[in-house]
Design a binder for this molecule. Structure first.
Ligand code: GAP
Length: 517
């Protein structure tokens, strides 16, 4: 959750509870001997590029910092994640409807929502090299005049550091003599800068509409998908004839002019959001109960797409540290190689947004209770998921290096079959034997009607297995000379590496259920 410079937020390490594993299904490691090696960002970034998941954007022009293009497997994986999310939260439920609103909305939307006024990060600029950084993320370099033998001074020092990491402006106003004591270290040139009140940097990305360039045509690329679901609430409710409680879901691009994007696809200036607003009558539904239900649903979905529950933490955001609109927030955080950081968020937004839009637009955004004809301003619970962060967490959860035999290490992405970019790979044993290629094509064509299937005849079969392991394909099917005799094929399991001989006519039923989870 991004906060305005006045929105207070401490490091989120307390009141932390692990996700209940009962609610999740995990990628089971069925191998007897698996060498668990540490997964680093270097390994993930290198695999992502090598195998065509994600690679730097605009490369022929020297690239564009922190812009990423999703290659064939990455585009498919992200689509599968988004489709699964849509199926899980929208298509499978009676109380949810979808929306695809315009990305560029009337700028008054962002005035009302508070984004133009508040959606900012604290900005500091290095006096020497002029590097611009997020003040709350810079390391503090030196502490002058602090007596660490004095308990009070040590305590105050700890509180200052903690407050700075959340809200530098508040840190300075709470500890006015901090400017004499502390310096911050420029991450670029290592110059030690004096501490001073950071500037407030708005994260909205501006654009110009139409043929003139005056400010009257200024608009913004949406920083979240949520606001359209608020301003369209009455229209969608009437069109869908839904009764409270019900939700409106939307997935699509969002844009934020982040000061310090980075860590691969973790923080970028354009990203995919999947979120929904769940509207309810506060007189009839208890928000605490709904909040807990949505927390569990989020946990279930994370398990279903293969996000490792042991690396996931539900962190309660204490009073005074939440976004201005939130009455309760839980951040789901993930253990990335670069630290425990936000993955998804769950917030109880009360009636803040609907009330604000009523006030600014002068239009009524109420629900008419069909039984009492009473006009109600619903309250809202909002689960918000970043699709790119989901993909990163899924890749990090699925990544494994395994010593197959001495000195022979395979890299495998143990994706859940339901989201794997390729579910089945079909190989002819040899590519220069027409009868094998013909039969393999036949099997490939019959399976691809229902599954995501790839045909591969490059290199030897061992190399093809390794390539499919690296892109996370659960099953490989090889057509060999026996196939021509008895119509059986070899099916090789990604996780166990076991090979089973199966009749072609039984392939569909053999694979069917296995690929649905
Ligand atoms: N409507 C609520 C909202 O937008 P948020 O916490 O600011 O809340 C929701 O964003 C999710 O979007 C985050 O939990 C994260 O998964 C993702 N996200 C936010 N900023 C991002 C960025 N710069 N790059 C990639 N994903 C981002």
């Amino acid at each position: 959750m991004k906060l305005g410079i006045l929105g207070l937020r401490e490091p989120r390490r307390r009141l932390q509870s692990d996700i209940n594993p009962k609610n999740c299904q995990f990628t089971n490691n069925t191998m007897a001997e698996v060498q668990k090696t540490e997964v680093t960002m270097e390994k993930i970034v290198s695999l992502a590029k090598r195998r065509g998941f994600v690679f730097p954007g605009s490369e022929i022009y020297g690239g564009l910092a922190n812009s990423w293009d999703y290659g064939p497997y990455g585009a498919q994986l992200k689509k599968n994640i988004k489709d699964h999310w849509w199926k899980f939260f929208v298509e499978s439920r009676d109380d949810m409807v979808g929306l695809e609103a315009a990305l560029i909305m009337n700028p008054k939307t962002w005035e009302a929502s508070g984004h133009i006024g508040n959606f900012s990060d604290p900005l500091a600029e290095c006096k020497k090299c002029h590097e611009r950084v997020r003040a709350d993320q810079v390391p503090l370099a030196s502490f002058e005049g602090i007596d660490f033998n004095d308990e009070n001074q040590t305590k105050e020092h700890a509180l200052f550091i903690q407050t700075w990491a959340t809200n530098p402006a508040r840190a300075i106003s709470t500890y006015p003599d901090s400017a004499e004591k502390y310096k911050w270290l420029c991450p670029n040139c290592k110059f030690e800068n004096k501490i001073e009140l950071p500037k407030s940097f708005n994260l909205m990305l501006k654009t110009q509409l139409g043929a003139t360039e005056d400010t009257s045509n200024e608009a913004y690329l949406r920083p979240e998908t949520a606001q359209a679901m608020f301003i369209d609430f009455p229209a969608v409710q009437q069109m869908s004839r839904k009764k409270l409680p019900f939700g409106i879901a939307q997935s699509g691009k969002a844009f934020r002019n982040e000061i310090t994007p980075g860590n691969f696809i973790f923080r970028t200036r354009e990203f995919d959001l999947m979120e929904f607003e769940y509207f309810f009558d506060p007189q009839k539904s208890d928000w605490n109960t709904l909040f807990e239900e949505w927390k569990q649903q989020m946990e279930q979905w994370m398990g279903a797409v293969g996000i490792d529950s042991e690396k996931t933490h539900a962190v309660e955001i204490p009073d005074g540290e939440r976004a201005h609109y939130s009455k309760r927030t839980i951040d789901f955080e993930f253990d990335y190689p670069f630290g425990q950081k936000e993955l998804f968020g769950l917030a109880y937004r009360g009636d803040y947004d609907l009330a604000k839009h009523e006030e600014v637009s002068g239009k009524e955004l109420r629900y008419i209770d069909p039984e009492t004809s009473e006009k109600i301003l619903p309250h809202v619970i909002e689960p918000a998921f970043g699709a790119d962060r989901a993909m990163l967490a899924i890749m990090l959860s699925a990544y494994e290096e395994e010593e197959v035999k001495e000195g022979d290490i395979r890299t495998v992405l143990r994706f859940k079959p339901i989201i794997a970019p390729v579910q089945v790979a079909v190989f002819p044993l040899m590519k220069n034997k027409e009868e094998l290629v013909g039969k393999a094509r036949e099997v490939y064509e019959s399976l691809r009607k229902d599954l995501r299937v790839e045909f591969d005849d490059n290199g030897n079969v061992g190399k093809r297995y390794r390539r499919q392991d690296e892109i996370g394909t659960p099953y490989c099917i090889t057509i060999d000379f026996d196939t021509l005799e008895d119509d059986t094929v070899t099916v090789r399991d990604r996780d166990t590496m076991e090979q089973t001989r199966i009749k072609v006519s039984e392939l569909q039923s053999f694979l069917g259920d296995k690929l649905q989870s």
